[in-house]
Design a protein around this ligand. Structure first.
Ligand code: F6R
Length: 253
């Protein structure tokens, strides 16, 4: 990555941390890493995330598509998770989020983007395997250290499965639902082992509220108490964050 922006890199074990001052810079950096992967891979297979952190990332990708410097023509994608009980056209579903923020605006074939289905979670892992595996997995992080919707307590060997959402996750996501509509209690998510199978992982975190989760994920022990800490077991993880989210990470020596 050749951005001239001031940054600090910290290599610890197998992960690299890229800190940028502002959230906007971190989000652009993550988008650029996705663009670089898409343009360099012969058959790019993306793992995608939803959430507020990712909105500017997808806006950058759409902008570069408009400017004809990026094409999704050869891409296949797998989203991390989806709520149970919502139809794909429900505006609060992650399927609708992805269409609204990315797929409706770029040239990826509609049969090439995939979300896990609550009716048959295991089929998702099979499908990922059939396409040759995920080359780049984009991740956000929850306040409680969740990745995808793998809440604290999730087993390291888990594959795509149904989960009961934590109260903190439901309240963090309540703003994505109309007033008076409650956040679904359950979801379907790629498992930890599914995520760790990706060749490369890019975790993006912005804002002070994520600082403690990032500290536990990368400076704490590998533990089911903080599912993101399992990422320490992966051989190619890049963390991109702003200075607020990085506040509790050690300074590089
Ligand atoms: C969403 C997902 C979640 C989010 C996390 C952070 O597909 O997998 O793990 O990445 O909850 O969400 P935001 O970005 O809204 O803080």
């Amino acid at each position: 990555m050749t951005s001239p922006l001031a940054r600090k890199r910290q290599a610890a074990q197998h992960f690299e941390i890229i800190r940028l001052n502002a959230a906007e810079d971190a989000q652009r950096e993550a988008a650029a890493a996705i663009r670089d992967y898409i343009t360099s891979a012969r058959r790019p297979v993306l793992g995608l995330a939803t959430g507020r952190t990712m909105l500017p990332v997808y806006a950058w990708l759409c902008r570069w598509f408009d400017q004809k410097t990026l094409s999704f023509r050869d891409c296949t994608s797998f989203n991390l998770d989806e709520y149970c009980g919502l139809k794909g056209d429900d505006p609060s579903s992650f399927a609708a989020y992805m269409r609204r923020n990315l797929f409706d605006h770029v040239d990826m074939a509609s049969d090439r983007f995939n979300l896990p289905q609550e009716s048959c979670p295991a089929a998702f892992d099979d499908l990922i395997e059939q396409t040759g595996g995920i080359g780049l997995q984009l991740l956000g992080i929850g306040l409680n250290g969740h990745i995808g919707f793998n809440e604290p307590g999730t087993d390291q060997n888990s594959r795509t499965h149904l989960v009961k959402l934590a109260a903190s996750t439901r309240s963090a996501n309540a703003a994505d639902f109309p007033v008076g509509v409650s956040v679904p209690s359950h979801a379907v998510t790629m498992g930890i082992a599914t995520i760790l199978d990706a060749q490369r992982i890019l975790l993006l975190a912005t804002g002070a509220a994520k600082a403690e989760a990032l500290r536990r994920a990368f400076l704490g022990p590998v533990s089911a108490d903080c599912p993101a800490s399992y990422l320490q077991l992966h051989s190619h993880v890049t963390v991109i964050c702003d200075s607020a989210a990085a506040e509790l990470l050690e300074e590089p020596s």
